[in-house]
Design a protein around this ligand. Structure first.
Ligand code: DX5
Ligand code: ZN
Length: 219
């Protein structure tokens, strides 16, 4: 499968959000990555339902919602109603992860688990066949524009191995510090979705930056 590119609107210009969404519509982006932060699970607050709904009104591509919030079960319905197509919850924030994943699927969304850089990959062993997506954090969640953590490559290979028999179609999404230097190596390690905030929205030519991420080829 050709890999997917999911620009993160955390780095968009919030005063010109419609313009930025229209740019993504015209670009080679596959999904729009939407980062929700509650100021409790992570030391930052991003935005909530009204903004997601406003984005949805203009977006022609699926919304890939990454919930960096405690007790995400409380808000799954509302995120679905706001327009989420994919919902990822943090492994570290879910006491009854299996139940949460079933709920996301019942809502008709792709179900994802996000995992912090220090949480062992083996912890996903008993959920890997129930999910569509792992959002593997390659920075500590909370902020855009951080430096990529190098141990991510080893963790991708470990997850690909874990999933190979029980969920060969698992999407492995890399989130944090993805750029034009590391994108090829990430795909070679076994990733197939690239999130990029700063690399896209910090570029002079944002559409070209998305195209460059999409055109990376491992063959
Ligand atoms: C970080 C967020 C990321 C962030 C990525 O907590 O989950 O999605 O927007 O931004 P960059 O690509 O700039 O590291
Ligand atoms: Zn994210």
């Amino acid at each position: 499968m050709k890999h997917l590119v999911a620009p993160s609107i955390l780095s968009a210009d919030f005063a010109n959000l419609q313009r930025d969404i229209e740019m993504l519509n015209k670009s080679d982006a596959d999904w729009i990555h939407v980062d929700i932060m509650d100021g409790v699970f992570v030391p930052n607050i991003s935005f909530g339902f009204p903004v997601v709904k406003a984005v949805k009104q203009h977006a022609l591509k699926p919304l890939d919602v990454h919930l960096m919030i405690v007790d995400p079960d409380r808000y799954l319905n509302e995120f679905k109603e706001a327009g989420a197509n994919n919902i990822s919850v943090h492994f570290e924030a879910c006491i009854h992860l299996h139940r949460t994943i079933q709920k996301i699927k019942e809502l008709g969304c792709r179900a994802g688990v996000a995992i912090n850089p220090h949480t062992p990959i083996a912890q996903l062993s008993d959920i890997v066949e129930d999910i569509d997506l792992v959002c593997m954090m390659s920075v500590n969640p909370g902020f855009g524009g951080q430096k990529f953590i190098e141990s991510t490559y080893r963790r991708i290979r470990e997850l690909r191995l874990l999933a190979q028999d029980r969920n060969p179609n698992l999407l492995i999404e890399i989130d944090g510090g993805v750029n034009h230097q590391n994108s090829l190596s990430l795909l070679q390690a076994g990733a197939n979705v690239l999130v990029a905030g700063n690399t896209v929205f910090g570029a002079d030519d944002q559409m070209a930056s998305i195209k460059q991420l999409k055109d990376v080829s491992i063959t």
